[in-house]
Design a protein around this ligand. Structure first.
Ligand SMILES: [Zn+2]
Length: 474
């Protein structure tokens, strides 16, 4: 069988169903851990197709683990489906929220979840046609906040998989070959004693003093950390009125670096600074770790396999040219985004509303200045990643244009992603040498056994202050 052609045909046979589902999830945007509708719909489709489905995996109600096939190599893909708070936007080429302040799919995760679903369904078809292997769809909640995959990896969800191919919406088609930054996040709360700030200041102890001294300490520390370290913070609570000595003050802080060891050692110093600040202000301090992620361990073997699949598939057309042009126009000058591309691709992309020619990875050998919970997965299984052109040229993630495109023209890119995933996973099942090469690269890059970056008792529902709600399958 020609795996790529068959996978592409399998996706085409479901184009309408996938499009309707992606649009439906777009219309009901749900933030991190609240993705009960999306998870229910996706799980329902998998169950109807004969997958063995578990909803609520790894302690996360909206996680899905669905498996098809019971022999041979086991390959997998991941789908995200959480939306972003405050990003509500209509299907329009101007900024126009459906509901002010409501969530919206600014990162295209409605496409992400459904695009990966289309890939897994295509592999199931290949298995029915005689391909000896198994496929797993892992629905991974809470990517935008909390790093849900940390909890799924910790629970062993990815154990036993030979390889995973995943993707993210973007505005060009290319494998992702680079690494990115590991991160720790903390909520730091200072507790003091309130008093009248004019009449009895000596009776008070300012929690805000503690927080400000902490941040001052961090600023001095900045000079004495290795170059790639990034530290950033915000104040989330700093008191209510200037005539009251603030009894409580809270901040959130992130520490990023290319490897976990550096993140851990700098984090330790940052938390020492919080202790020192509390001592100076004569207040108490309480620290909760909110985030812990590894950087992505690249797998160039899988990146190359994805690139070959893309070359076989070629570019694709976007159906709704008018919407594409309107959204592209609304972006205006996108030169700084275009700088990411090699010069020949840049010329072509500059003239287009959508740029769908497959290109080589733009980040090979580099460490991107971002973090993703896909990093966790890459520590326990060979992970291939790519970007697919779901958005007009130059569209930044988390923009209203990304929301609008994710509910309109974006489905064409999502179906393309389904084909790339289906075909690449099919080839991985069929090709023992390719699988072995991906595993060998994974082992050679590995620094040691996986160590969960979050404390054992960390509970994501508590951390995000979200009520635990079970999924009802549709
Ligand atoms: Zn995203």
């Amino acid at each position: 069988m020609n795996v790529t052609e068959e996978a592409a045909a399998a996706v085409e046979s479901r184009r309408e169903e996938l499009t309707a589902l992606a649009n439906d999830i777009w219309e009901r945007p749900e933030p991190a851990l609240e993705e009960t509708y999306a998870a229910g719909r996706i799980a329902g489709v998998l169950r109807d197709r004969g997958f063995d489905v578990t909803v609520g995996a790894g302690g996360l109600e909206t996680a899905i683990v669905a498996r098809y096939g019971d022999e041979g190599p086991v390959v997998g893909t991941m789908g995200e489906y959480d939306a972003l708070p405050g990003m509500s936007q209509r299907r329009a080429a101007n900024r126009d929220p459906v509901e002010q302040g409501a969530p919206g799919h600014g990162c295209g995760h409605n496409l992400f979840g459904v695009g990966s679903l289309g890939g897994a369904l295509a592999v199931a078809d290949l298995i029915d046609d005689g391909l000896a292997g198994s496929v797993v769809y892992v629905g991974t909640p809470a990517e935008e906040k909390g790093g849900g995959k940390t909890y799924l990896v910790r629970a062993g969800i990815f154990d036993g998989l030979d390889a995973v191919v995943s993707w993210h919406p973007g505005w060009y088609n290319a494998p992702t070959k680079g690494a990115c930054l590991a991160v720790n996040g903390y909520e730091v709360t200072f507790e003091g004693v309130s008093s009248h700030a004019a009449a009895a200041p000596e009776a008070g102890r300012s929690a805000l003093d503690g927080l400000q001294l902490f941040h001052t300490g961090v600023e001095y520390m900045r000079e004495h950390v290795p170059d790639p370290v990034r530290i950033h913070y915000v104040v989330t609570e700093g008191g209510d009125a200037p005539n009251v000595v603030p009894p409580e003050a809270t901040g959130e802080i992130l520490v990023r670096a290319p490897d976990r060891d550096l993140v851990e050692s700098v984090s330790e110093r940052v938390l020492d600074a919080a202790e020192g600040a509390a001592l100076m202000a004569d207040v108490d301090v309480d620290v909760t770790q909110t985030t812990g992620l590894h950087g992505v361990q690249p797998n160039e073997t899988l990146g190359d396999a994805i690139r070959e699949t893309m070359a076989d598939l070629g570019p694709f057309e976007v159906d709704d040219a008018e919407t594409a042009a309107g959204l592209r126009d609304s972006l205006g000058d996108v030169e700084s985004a275009l700088a990411e591309l090699p010069s020949d691709a840049r010329e072509k992309a500059r003239e287009a509303d959508y740029f769908t020619d497959p290109i080589d990875a733009t980040d090979a050998g580099e460490t991107g200045s971002y973090s993703t919970d896909s990093g966790e997965v890459s520590q326990v299984v060979p992970l291939g990643r790519f970007t697919a052109a779901t958005w007009p040229v130059g569209t930044p993630a988390h923009s209203w244009q990304a929301v609008a495109a994710s509910g309109t023209t974006g489905v064409d890119g999502a179906c393309y992603a389904s084909k790339v995933i289906g075909a690449t996973l099919g080839r991985l099942i069929a090709d023992d040498d390719l699988r072995a090469a991906a595993t060998a690269e994974f082992e050679s890059r590995r620094e040691g056994p996986y160590e969960p970056p979050m404390p054992e008792d960390a509970d994501l529902y508590d951390l995000l202050d979200v009520e635990r709600r079970p999924v009802e399958e549709a």
